[in-house]
Design a protein around this ligand. Structure first.
Ligand code: PRX
Length: 652
C-alpha cells in the first residue's frame, strides 16, 4: 500500500497546510478519495460551531472495517496485522495476519449477531489487552454496533455509570486479566456493575486467566462456545454493514471539570480519514514497519493509534498486554529488540518511570531497528525528552510530541517525524487541516498565535513566545460530534466558552517559529500519568464516605506521574487513627471511580478556604499542595483566613 498523501518534505508540509486552509473541502476530499466507500459523499463539509453541527462527507456510505481489513487482503493478506506480546514473557506471542484478523473479526461479528446485536446497539467492552479486544472492537464496527470500551482500571460503579448512560445491551469481557504480578478480576467486576444495569441482556466472556467466575444462566456465555457455534454454521463471511459517514462509530467516556464523565461520540467517515492521515504522516509509516504503541485500547490513543489508524493503513501494529516494569524495567526494550520495532509511541510518564531505573536496562538491548519515537498524553519535560532521545533513539530518531485529546479523535499538533523539526517539550506545528488559535481570558485572539492566518512558520513577532488558551477555529474530520445523549453538554463544554471556537481546556505558548508548546490544563482537570481525571469527580467519590463532610482536590507536580492527586478532607468521624482514615478514603475512591483515581496525599483539615459566597479558593490550595512557602496571594476575601495557616502547617 502506498500513501500518496504522505508528506515528504518541509516545503510540501507548508504547501499542504496552505491548501488545507484555503480549500478545506478540496483538501479533505482529495485524501478521502484514497479509501473504500460504498457510496461517495454529496457534500464534503457542513458545519457551524454554534449548535454545534459538524458533518463530514454527508451522504457517503462506508464500513471502516472494510478499510481496515478487506481492502488489504489481496495485497497484504499474509502480512502481520497484529503482533501480540503477552504479559508473561514466557507465554508465546501471537501474530495475526490480515487474513486471519479479517476471518476472526467476521466470526465474532457473527457471534454478536447470534446474540441479538443490531446496527446502532451500544456494546460495552471491558477486556485485557489481548488480540480479542481489537477483534471485539472491529466486530462491533463491522455490524454497525457502537462500541464503548471501558479501561480495565475502572471500578464496577464507573462501568455501571457508563453502561447506563449509553443503555448498552451487550457486554464483552473476559474472566480475568493480568498486568505485571497483579490479577484483575474483570468478570467479577462486571457482575458487580450489572446489578445496576437492566439494559444488559448478554455477556460474552473470553477465557484468559481461567479464574473461576460465575456464569449466569441465560445471560452469560463463553466466547469460545459462541465461536464454535459459528463454526458449525459453516463460518459465514459476515458482510460489513454499510454505514452513513456520520453514523456513530463509538462512544468513549472522558472526564471533564464538572459532573460525571461524558460520552464523547465519534462517527465513521471523518474519524477514519483523519486517524489514517495523521498516522501515516506523523509517524512517517513505511510499508513493512513494525509499529508499537504502548497505550491501552481503553483510551483514545489505543482506539486511534493501535486499532483504526494503523490497520486502515495496512500497518503492523504491536499490542502489549503487560506493563513497562514487568518482569523488569527493560520490558519495552526487550520487545523492541524481539520484534525489531521501528516506531515506538509511548507516554512521558512511562519514560520518566523507566529513566529512574537507570541505563542498565537499556544498554544490553539492540534498539537499532528504531527509526521514530513518539510521546502522547501530557507535556514532556526536557530532561525526559533528552533521555528518550539519547538513550532510546541513540540521538538519531526524531521524537514526535503529539498533542491531541479524546474529543479530537486524532493528533492535531505534532511535528512530522524527520520532515518537520522537533523541539524538546514542544508539540510544534499543526497538522494540515488544523487551525489553532490562542485567546486571552476575554476570548480575544492573541496576536501572532493564529497559524492559519500568520502562516505555520511565523509566530509572535517580538521573538518572545505568546501565551493563551488553546482553541481550534475550524472543524477537522475527527472532531467530537456530540456527547452521547446530551448535545447541550457538548455545546456548553467545548463551544460556549469562546463563541465560534472549539475550546480545548489547555493552555499553550507559541514561539517565533510558530511552534506550539502545551503547558497543561487550565480547567479543573488533572492529568495523572497521562490519564485524565476531573477534580470534581474525585471529590464526589471522597464525599461518599460516611465520615467525610467536605473535600477539595487539586493537582501537584509529581516526578513520575506528571501530576499527583492531593485531597484536603474535612472528616468528622473517628480520627484517632489517621492512617486508617486515609486508607478508608482511598478505598472509597477506588470503589467509586477505580484504582487510577486514588489520591496520592490526603490531608485532614478542620476547614477549607472559602470566599464569603462559599466558593472554595482552589488557587490557594493548589499553591499549598505545590509547596509554595511564600505568599499565597490575596486572602483577605476569605471567610476565615486563619484556616489557611492551619492547612499550610499541616501540609504533607
Ligand atoms: O492536556 C492535554 C494532554 O492530555 C489532554 C487530553 O487527554 P485525553 O483526552 O485523555 O487524551 C490523551 C491522549 C491524546 C489534553 O487536553 N495532552 C495530550 N497530549 C499532550 C498533552 N499535553 C501536552 N503535550 C501533549 N503531547
Amino acid at each position: 500500500m502506498s500513501y500518496p498523501y504522505q508528506i515528504r518534505s518541509m516545503e510540501q508540509y507548508q504547501s499542504e497546510y496552505k491548501k488545507s486552509v484555503e480549500d478545506p473541502e478540496g483538501f479533505w476530499a482529495g485524501i478521502a478519495g484514497n479509501f473504500s466507500w460504498h457510496r461517495k459523499w454529496d457534500k464534503v463539509l457542513d458545519w457551524n460551531f454554534t449548535d454545534p453541527r459538524v458533518k463530514w462527507f454527508s451522504g457517503a456510505q462506508l464500513n471502516i472495517t472494510e478499510n481496515c481489513l478487506d481492502r488489504h487482503l489481496a495485497e497484504r493478506g499474509d502480512q502481520p496485522a497484529i503482533i501480540w506480546e503477552p504479559n508473561d514473557p514466557e507465554e508465546h506471542y501471537r501474530i495475526l495476519t490480515y487474513k486471519e484478523l479479517h476471518f476472526k473479526v467476521c466470526q465474532f461479528a457473527q457471534v454478536l449477531k447470534n446474540n441479538g446485536a443490531r446496527k446502532g446497539d451500544r456494546i460495552c467492552i471491558y477486556m485485557p489487552m489481548v488480540p480479542e479486544l481489537a477483534i471485539a472492537v472491529l466486530a462491533c464496527a463491522r455490524i454497525g454496533a457502537i462500541h464503548s470500551v471501558v479501561f480495565g482500571g475502572f471500578s464496577a460503579q464507573s462501568i455501571a455509570d457508563r453502561i447506563q448512560d449509553a443503555q448498552c445491551n451487550i457486554v464483552i469481557t473476559s474472566d480475568g486479566g493480568q498486568r505485571g504480578n497483579k490479577g484483575i478480576p474483570l468478570k467479577s467486576v462486571i457482575d458487580d456493575a450489572l446489578v445496576q444495569c437492566p439494559s444488559v441482556k448478554k455477556v460474552i466472556v473470553l477465557t484468559r486467566t481461567r479464574v473461576p467466575v460465575s456464569m449466569i444462566k441465560g445471560r452469560d456465555t463463553w466466547w469460545e462456545d459462541e465461536i464454535r457455534k459459528v463454526e458449525t454454521q459453516g463460518n459465514p463471511v459476515c458482510p460489513a454493514e454499510p454505514m452513513e459517514a456520520e453514523d456513530m462509530l463509538f462512544i468513549l467516556y472522558t472526564s471533564g471539570s464538572t459532573g460525571k464523565p461524558k460520552g464523547v461520540v465519534h462517527t465513521c467517515g471523518g474519524y477514519m480519514v483523519y486517524t489514517n492521515y495523521t498516522f501515516v504522516n506523523v509517524f512517517q509509516y513505511q510499508p513493512g514497519d513494525v509499529y508499537f504503541c504502548t497505550a491501552d485500547i481503553g483510551w483514545i490513543t489505543g482506539h486511534s493509534y493501535i486499532v483504526y489508524g494503523p490497520l486502515s493503513a495496512g500497518a503492523t501494529t504491536l499490542l502489549f498486554e503487560g506493563i513497562p516494569t514487568y518482569p523488569d524495567a527493560g520490558r519495552f526494550w526487550d520487545i523492541v529488540d524481539k520484534f525489531k520495532v521501528n516506531i515506538l509511541y509511548t507516554a512521558p510518564t512511562a519514560i520518566r518511570s523507566l529513566m529512574g531505573f537507570g541505563p542498565d536496562y537499556v544498554k544490553s538491548k539492540d534498539l537499532s531497528s528504531l527509526k521514530v519515537l513518539g510521546t502522547v498524553g501530557e507535556p514532556i519535560n526536557e530532561e525526559a525528552w533528552h533521555w528518550y532521545h539519547e538513550n532510546i533513539g541513540k540521538g538519531r530518531c526524531p521524537i514526535v510530541d503529539t498533542w491531541w485529546q479524546t474529543e479530537t479523535g486524532g493528533i492535531l499538533i505534532s511535528n512530522l517525524a524527520g520532515i518537520t523539526p522537533h523541539k524538546p517539550a514542544h508539540a510544534t506545528l499543526p497538522l494540515p487541516g488544523v487551525q489553532p488559535l490562542l485567546v486571552d481570558e476575554k476570548g480575544e485572539p492573541v496576536p501572532g498565535s493564529d497559524a492559519a492566518r500568520d502562516g505555520v512558520w511565523h509566530g509572535g513577532a517580538s521573538g518572545e513566545p505568546v501565551a493563551g488558551n488553546l482553541c481550534i477555529k475550524f472543524p477537522f474530520p475527527s472532531i467530537i460530534r456530540t456527547t452521547y445523549g446530551d448535545h447541550e453538554r457538548c455545546r456548553q463544554t467545548y463551544f460556549a466558552t469562546y463563541p465560534g471556537l472549539y475550546f480545548t481546556g489547555d493552555g499553550a505558548l507559541r514561539d517565533a517559529e510558530g511552534n506550539y508548546r502545551i503547558t497543561g490544563r487550565v480547567d479543573d482537570v488533572l492529568n495523572v500519568s497521562g490519564h485524565r481525571i476531573g477534580t470534581a469527580e474525585v471529590e464526589n467519590a471522597i464525599n461518599m464516605h460516611t465520615g467525610v463532610v467536605e473535600s477539595a482536590v487539586v493537582g501537584y507536580p509529581h516526578d513520575i506521574k506528571g501530576q499527583g492527586i492531593y485531597a484536603y478532607v474535612i472528616f468528622n468521624g473517628d480520627k484517632s487513627d489517621p492512617v486508617h482514615v486515609r486508607q478508608a478514603i482511598v478505598q472509597t475512591v477506588a470503589r467509586i471511580i477505580g484504582a487510577i483515581a486514588k489520591p496520592d496525599k490526603i490531608q485532614l483539615v478542620s476547614g477549607l478556604p472559602k470566599t464569603r459566597s462559599g466558593k472554595i479558593m482552589r488557587r490557594i490550595l493548589r499553591k499549598i499542595a505545590e509547596g509554595e512557602t511564600g505568599s499565597l496571594g490575596d486572602t483577605s476575601t476569605l471567610l476565615d483566613p486563619g484556616v489557611v495557616d492551619e492547612i499550610k502547617a499541616g501540609r504533607l
